[in-house]
Design a protein around this ligand. Structure first.
Ligand SMILES: [Zn+2]
Length: 353
């Protein structure tokens, strides 16, 4: 069999950035070679490589036994390379069988996977995301958080009393907005982060992270911090993190999660978090949630204009300005400073009701 090599991206599980490597099949092993020097980087037995499922949309993601992974944007190119290797089709058959046995249980939701692949994906990903048990979602969030702490976050230097005041202010606003207590569970933590600048993000399971720089940027405007937190809570409420992971081509892995095998999915979380962003619809939903929460809590949603104006003045890249140097927040696409269209969003908050 011709041992053709393919250049692709490798996340080694430690650094946030992908390295370009060459991969090829060598006997019963997959070998990773340095792109420049062709030096051998890794060698994995084929039996332990979890190949991407070919029917999935989007990029091809291969899980490697040491927790690192390969991501290939051009799915057609990947499939051609893979076919050339003369390997056996991955365990699609076994997957389909377990699929059939669960079809009854998961019912119409999962049926969309078969009949509505093209148009059904956005709806499906959201539905699948909502069928992941809360305990597992929390575990997914913790896994992501561990990785982000390693690469981006340092202990906060915001005084504990100030942290607590922000937390209590937000808790009070949430209670005023949802007196029946029907909000998802959330936890708030503060971290210093040189890479992320003034920023905030939420992870599956309800972990909300705010950077010290964001607190400093909005120190004189506590209602605006509450609004930022409300936006992040909107992502938690709508389970956008999981939804995004499903869209990133992890449908097969998430079905594995629903069926009880989370290992492949958990291994893929860090790289997914570092490379994928929420959809525009997801951002709109989070903004709507934020405006609703603020309004019900007795805070004018228009205060959010302050946030966008200060972010634009700061280090964040101008929205839509593709030629601009990448701002620090470009490193984490799910973080709030990476969200596009400030002007439109200012208008949205100003015009609420
Ligand atoms: Zn957002």
């Amino acid at each position: 069999m011709a041992a053709t090599a393919l250049s692709t991206r490798w996340f080694d599980g430690r650094q946030p950035r992908a390295q370009v490597v060459r991969i090829r099949i060598d006997g019963d092993a997959l070998v990773l070679l340095s792109e420049d020097t062709e030096a051998l980087l890794r060698r994995y037995p084929l039996s332990q490589v979890r190949w991407p499922e070919r029917r999935s949309h989007g990029q091809r993601q291969t899980d490697l036994p040491d927790g690192s992974l390969l991501q290939h944007e051009d799915s057609a190119q990947w499939d051609r390379w893979w076919a050339d290797q003369g390997l056996r089709e991955p365990a699609v058959v076994g997957w389909m069988q377990s699929w059939r046995t669960t079809l009854g249980a998961v019912g119409a939701t999962m049926f969309l996977l078969v009949v509505g692949w093209q148009w059904g994906v956005p709806l499906l990903s959201s539905t699948v995301a909502h069928s992941v048990p809360a305990g597992l979602e929390a575990r997914i969030g913790r896994q992501g958080m561990e990785q982000l702490e390693r690469v981006f976050l340092a202990p906060s230097e915001i005084p504990l009393a100030e942290q607590q005041a922000i937390r209590e202010r937000f808790t009070a606003a949430v209670h005023r907005a949802f007196p029946d207590g029907r909000v998802p569970r959330w936890q708030l933590s503060f971290h210093a982060s040189r890479a992320l600048g003034a920023n905030a993000f939420a992870l599956p399971g309800g972990q909300i992270v705010v950077t010290d720089a964001l607190v400093q940027l909005l120190r004189d405007a506590p209602d605006v911090i509450t609004g930022v937190l409300a936006h992040e809570l909107g992502h938690v409420e709508h389970r956008h993190g999981l939804d995004m992971m499903v869209r990133a081509g992890l449908v097969g892995a998430v079905v594995g999660v629903v069926l009880g095998d989370a290992s492949g999915f958990l291994a893929a979380i860090p790289a997914t978090l570092l490379t994928q962003s929420y959809s525009r619809d997801a951002e709109r939903e989070a903004d709507e949630f934020a405006a609703f929460l603020l309004d019900r809590a007795g805070i004018a949603p228009a205060v959010m204009a302050t946030f966008f104006e200060r972010m634009q003045r700061g280090a964040a890249p101008r929205p839509g300005d593709a030629g601009a140097p990448r701002g620090p927040a470009a490193e984490l696409p799910i973080a709030i400073s990476s969200h596009p269209d400030s002007e439109e969003r200012i208008r949205f908050f100003r015009d609420w009701r």
